[in-house]
Design a binder for this molecule. Structure first.
Ligand SMILES: [Zn+2]
Length: 301
């Protein structure tokens, strides 16, 4: 039995995991007070929820083989070097929690965790070469070649969301301009659509998806088109560089299955001259574990 932790920009999810099954789950949403000392809040809540999970499920600490954390941002040697959406820098989370709990612990970038879950058990398990894209608040990803996750030595690498798709374009949280995620993350789409409809930005993902079905609003149509045009640019760049057999859509974008926005993307990707020398396109698949992929993938070593 393992424990998977999904550390997000707005919440912590902790699950008791047996291979690809989540046996029990706990969740904590950050409030304004928590954010004043977010590091402390994270440490305390993780400790509290792990103990609760063990007690409620009659499991001894010694029975847990591994605690894995999926974290946003740049991770290096057990440390969160930088997670700008949590406002965390140089946080020795693994070292501190190991001392507190005495459990075996690892940490990895959340998009890579989600990609690993899909690679080991999910939508891309039968492909040797694939690109996993986590499209949500930002865009992250994982690349698998010959069944292996590509991992650079020093930092997280594969900052897919920060390849520039429009020189001098929209400002990105990373400090650059025109990044892929500044155009094609769900956050970017939400910002544009709520601006166009003149409604509050604080809407749910589901409400956003419903709004996108209002076909006749010319402004929203334009917003969707810009979102998808840049999505196509980013994806086709990745296809030309890595030659994957499949591209997998994860993160909150995986909930767009059945939404015409996704059909429109497929249409765009299949337009002529999308890829180098007209190379055939890979399969496009939807993540199996959706938002649970982080918790499951965090436990894969
Ligand atoms: Zn960026």
């Amino acid at each position: 039995m393992k424990i998977g932790i999904d550390l997000g920009g707005s919440h912590i999810g902790i699950g008791l995991v047996d291979k690809d099954k989540i046996i029990a789950i706990k969740d904590k949403i950050f409030n304004r007070e928590d954010r004043k000392n977010i590091e402390n809040c994270i440490l305390n809540e993780i400790e509290r929820m792990i103990i609760e999970l063990l007690v409620e499920n009659y499991i001894k600490k010694e029975e847990i083989e591994l605690v894995g954390i999926a974290s946003p941002g740049t991770i290096s040697n057990g440390k969160i070097v930088r997670a700008s959406n949590l406002n965390i820098y140089d946080f020795e989370i693994v070292k501190i929690l190991k001392n507190k709990l005495g459990m075996n612990m690892i940490i990895r970038n959340d998009a890579k965790c989600a990609g690993l879950a899909e690679k080991k058990y999910g939508a891309i398990k039968d492909y040797e070469d694939s690109v996993f894209l986590s499209i949500g608040t930002g865009i992250g990803g994982a690349v698998f070649l010959n069944n292996k996750l590509l991992e650079p030595k020093r930092y997280s690498g594969f900052e897919i969301g920060h390849m520039v798709v429009n020189r001098g374009g929209r400002a990105c949280s990373c400090g650059k301009k025109g990044c892929f995620e500044a155009y094609s993350s769900i956050k970017a789409l939400k910002m544009k659509v709520t601006e166009t409809l003149d409604v509050d930005n604080d809407i749910s993902g589901q409400y956003l998806r419903e709004q996108l079905l209002i076909k006749d609003h010319p402004g929203v149509k334009e917003d969707i088109d810009v979102f998808l045009e840049y999505m196509k640019v980013g994806i086709c760049n990745l296809i030309d560089i890595f030659e994957p057999q499949a591209v997998c859509f994860g993160g909150s974008f995986s909930y767009y299955e059945g939404n015409p926005v996704l059909d429109k993307l497929y249409e765009k990707l299949h337009e002529e001259n999308s890829t180098f020398n007209g190379k055939p396109l890979p399969d496009f698949v939807i993540a199996k574990y959706k938002n649970n992929a982080g918790i499951i993938g965090a436990t894969i070593e």
